[in-house]
Design a protein around this ligand. Structure first.
Ligand code: UDP
Length: 239
């Protein structure tokens, strides 16, 4: 049995992770690659819950900036996450990875409603559970959903898969040549140094519940596997 750093994880995939270079919508070759990466980790015997974002289609905040009512715009964003979840499920199942999509907004014809105990049961039966629809409430994010679901299912860690960024830096590495990457941080460091890893609601929730975060670059093949096997490739936030 492979030595795993974590036995049960929440993998947070942003909507962007499914869009590829075009930056919008679902790009089939990209989602296939992501599904393959998840399958490689699944085969190690890890229990995997995935929280998927929707920013590749819609962000409530942008809708509000264009004059929409914020809550209404957020519901559109939540529906976008469900579309992404279905696409991800399709790709995982085509690779013979058993999955269940659970939505926080009921849509029984296409997915199960979110039921915590049922989600845990699926994980125990080695099914990947995709948590869609965010928290089901406007004004929140899918980062917050990741922290919430991680706490609810007793996940050992949240894996924050980033697009092209390989960890947490002291400043934006694309702007500041002196920016340094941190290997290890505490949750307090994040606050004290004013670093941005998740939005503040998500950060507080993961800190209050002692959930470690692993921040790493999704675009490098094999990275999810490296993280769960304990290789230090990105930034680990804990304590
Ligand atoms: N959203 C929401 N409540 C939630 C999760 C998401 O209202 O609990 C909406 C919000 O409008 C957000 C959109 O869904 O902009 C897409 O989610 P997010 O921005 O977190 O996606 P990501 O950036 O991870 O792709």
């Amino acid at each position: 049995m492979t030595d795993l750093k974590y036995k049960r994880i929440i993998l947070k995939l942003s909507g962007e992770a499914l869009a590829g270079d075009q930056g919008f919508g679902i790009h089939p070759p990209v989602i296939k690659t992501v599904a393959k990466e998840v399958k490689d980790v699944y085969e190690l015997g890890l229990q995997i819950g995935i929280v998927v974002g929707g920013g590749n289609m819609w962000r409530g905040e942008s809708g509000a900036q264009m004059g929409m009512e914020r809550a209404q715009a957020d519901y559109i964003g939540m529906l976008a996450t469900i579309m992404n979840a279905l696409a991800l499920q399709d790709n995982l199942e085509s690779l013979d990875v058993p999955t269940r999509v659970q939505t926080s907004i009921e849509m029984r014809e296409i997915a199960e409603p979110y039921i915590r105990r049922k989600a845990i049961r699926h994980l125990e039966k080695n099914r990947v559970v995709i948590f869609a629809g965010g928290t089901g409430s406007p004004y929140f994010s899918t980062d917050t959903t990741a922290a919430l679901r991680a706490a609810e299912i007793n996940a050992d860690a949240i894996l924050m898969a980033k697009n092209g960024v390989d960890g947490v830096y002291s400043a934006d590495p694309n702007v500041d040549v002196n920016a340094v990457k941190y290997d290890h941080l505490t949750q307090m460091d994040i606050i004290n140094k004013g670093l941005h890893v998740m939005d503040s609601t998500a950060s507080t929730l993961s800190m209050d519940n002692d959930i470690p975060l692993e921040v790493f670059n999704l675009n490098q093949p094999g990275n999810i596997k490296k993280v769960v096997l304990g290789e230090q490739i990105g930034t680990t936030v804990r304590g």
